[in-house]
Design a protein around this ligand. Structure first.
Ligand code: GDP
Length: 461
């Protein structure tokens, strides 16, 4: 995952702050130099990077009074928070996208150049909304490319999504209108219209998009952009905007291109919201995008909001239990048993590295290495919890601690040895698990509600 490289570099720059005793101008400049280099390597526009640098510098300088060394801790926080906020601003267009609603027929139209991932993304979108309880259908209005309808048919069948298209009809506007009318009549909730991405002349492509738009009246037109074009995303989205008035963008192939950061920031500069990122060729490789959680995850700080959304997806399987869990997470009252259930859910939810990056406090090595390595480590974590008694699982970890009179933990009890023996792991692994659980529980507690951990970060200033 190429974005992870950017995240690692940004993280390294911020972490190096912890090694500096003071945050003076020299440290500030060195940190900003590292951050700037990482962003430029990701193809973020030079002007945007310079502006980020100046804004961070101004914010931190405003907190310097030159002499008082006791304020250094606070300065570190101010610098970290300023960097965080400016990174969010870099990818935040400040515009809310349309969100499909239940109870009406939402028509979404996908436009973009051929090869950008339109057809794949249409099916991924259908899968995404289907998981959230919407009945979805795809209309293939690409009559230009031979094989486009076959591709839709195959991927829609695989995803168990309804589809419409024609081998004989050559007028894309007619197909789009017929398909949408049919699915509206059948009361589908989300109808996704896939359009052509190439014509003999560009003007014909744009003209066709306008005509299809006039025929199906989409609630939202989505431009599909390939991340590999980097900052050129700005020019391409302007060109499309002039004809197809799209309301949202999906940037695809974020898994394969070092220029992804450039594409995202370039799109944000056009004041159009990015709604998803395509992160692979599989149907589930679509990440919802919103600026704060994106930066939080990029910096390895977890994404409680994303995690909650995933848990809500699971609610379809066990509504009561998951509702209970979301409440507990919001209240910061997670027991070891709850945490274990989350690990089990994570293992059922798809690629480990992707989900693990949402969970604050999980060990960094779970996020690196192959997904097989990640699954093995998670399995060992489950073995450890399997050797705990019911009371221990329902606890907040205190049965494993010796506690001093003032309530502070002073060490570990013999129970840790028993669990290690029972699970065929080492005392160290059990200690690590308890430590990770405590971090997770503390993060959840600090997050304390809908704004995620950010609210606690804002309080630091
Ligand atoms: P279209 O011409 O715009 O409809 O593009 P397609 O949907 O046919 O996709 C073109 C190629 O890009 C196919 O090989 C897809 O598998 C691939 N693709 C689409 N989205 C992604 C993505 O997010 N990541 C990667 N790695 N490949 C993608």
């Amino acid at each position: 995952m190429v974005l992870a490289d950017l995240g690692r570099k940004l993280n390294a720059a911020l972490s190096s702050l912890n090694r500096s005793a003071v945050v003076d101008e020299k440290v500030l400049d060195a940190t900003l130099k590292e951050i700037t280099a990482a962003l430029l390597e990701s193809d973020v526009n030079v002007k945007l990077v310079q502006s980020l640098r100046q804004k961070v510098k101004a914010k931190v300088k405003a907190s310097f009074d030159g002499t008082d060394k006791s304020k250094d801790l606070n300065r570190k926080n101010v610098l970290q928070k300023a960097v965080f906020d400016e990174l969010v601003a870099l990818v935040d267009p400040g515009v809310e996208p349309y969100k499909p609603k239940k109870g009406i027929c939402n028509v979404l139209m996908a436009v973009g150049l051929q090869g950008n991932g339109k057809t794949t993304t249409c099916t991924k979108l259908a899968v995404h909304y289907q998981k959230r309880g919407f009945r979805c259908a795809i209309v293939c209005a690409d009559t230009f490319r031979a094989g486009a309808f076959d591709q839709t048919r195959q991927s829609a069948t695989k995803a168990k999504v309804a589809y419409y298209g024609s081998y004989t009809e050559t007028d894309p506007v007619a197909i789009a209108a017929q398909g949408v009318a049919k699915f509206k009549k059948e009361r589908f909730d989300v109808i996704i219209v896939d359009t052509s991405g190439r014509h003999k002349q560009e003007s014909e492509l744009f003209e066709e998009m306008v005509q299809i738009g006039d025929a199906v009246h989409p609630n939202m037109t989505i431009l599909i952009l390939d991340a590999s074009i980097g900052q050129a995303a700005e020019a391409q989205s302007h060109a499309f905007k002039e004809s197809a008035n799209f309301g949202a963008i999906i940037v695809t192939k974020m898994d394969g291109h070092a220029k992804g950061g450039g594409a995202i920031s370039a799109v944000a500069a056009t004041k159009t919201p990015i709604i998803f990122l395509g992160v692979g060729e599989h149907l589930q490789d679509l990440d919802r995008f919103s600026p704060q959680p994106f930066i939080s995850k990029l910096l390895g700080l977890g994404d409680i909001q994303g995690l909650m959304e995933h848990m809500q997806d699971l609610a379809t399987q066990n509504p009561d239990r998951q509702k209970d869990m979301v409440k507990k997470l919001e209240e910061g009252k997670l027991s070891i048993r709850d945490w274990r259930e989350q690990i089990q859910n994570v293992m059922n939810m798809g690629p480990i590295s992707k989900i693990a990056s949402m969970i604050p406090g999980l060990p960094a090595d779970l996020l690196s290495g192959s997904d097989d390595d990640g699954s093995q480590r998670m399995k060992r974590m489950l073995f450890i919890t399997d050797s705990m008694t019911a009371a221990e699982l329902d606890s907040d970890g205190s049965p494993f601690m010796t506690i001093a009179k003032d309530g502070k933990p002073t060490g570990l009890t013999w129970k840790v040895v028993r669990v290690a023996k029972g699970s065929g792991t080492s005392v160290r692994e059990v200690e690590e698990l308890l430590c990770q659980y405590r971090m997770m529980a503390n993060m959840a507690k600090q997050a304390g509600g809908k704004n995620g951990w950010l609210s606690s970060m804002q309080k630091m200033q």
